[in-house]
Ligand binder design. Structure first.
Ligand code: FES
Length: 163
């Protein structure tokens, strides 16, 4: 066991855990941030996606010991009030079905739009293809990313707030 201090959603947290513990379980079991989901445990489905310094990252295979001073953002920290452009678009298009995969979908989409504010449909598909949805909401996900991109470009490209 070792003590790890992490910066998550703009707040400092610490956990006394085995260095190999995946970030996902530290977030969920030690910090109470349960919006990030366990899907496959082998980085193949994307349900556990969080941001590490703004990049979408699979937290189920990332040992807490390698996080260091990186800024971690979870779905809870994407915005303080659910008004990140991607969250608004998801609501407008009514994307989720069962909802299990959606935090990961939203975090991947938000990271895409941060690095590429106006992606083509092919670029959206290329990025989002790594996030699986057992309910098959892929068409709505694609539409929502387009809506979010339009929203961002039309003047609300504010950076996501963190708690
Ligand atoms: Fe059910 Fe994606 S909405 S798995």
């Amino acid at each position: 066991m070792a003590l790890f201090k992490l910066l998550v959603n703009g707040r400092s947290y610490q956990a006394d855990v085995d260095p190999d513990t995946p970030l996902l379980w530290v977030l969920r079991d030690h910090f109470g941030l349960v919006g990030t989901k366990y899907g496959c445990g082998i980085a193949q489905c994307g349900a556990c996606s969080v941001h590490l310094n703004g990049e979408a990252t699979r937290s189920c295979v990332l040992p807490v010991s390698v996080v260091g001073k990186s800024k971690v953002t979870t779905i809870e920290g994407l915005s303080s009030d659910g008004t990140h452009p991607v969250q608004l678009a998801w609501d407008k298009i009514d994307v989720p079905q069962c909802g299990y995969c959606q935090a990961g979908q939203i975090m991947t989409a938000a990271a895409l739009l941060k690095r590429n504010p106006k992606p083509t449909e092919a670029e959206i598909d290329e990025t989002m293809t790594g996030n699986l949805c057992r309910c098959g909401t892929y068409h709505r996900i694609r539409e929502a990313v387009k809506v979010a991109a339009d929203h961002s470009v039309s003047g609300s490209s504010k950076t996501p707030k963190t708690k």
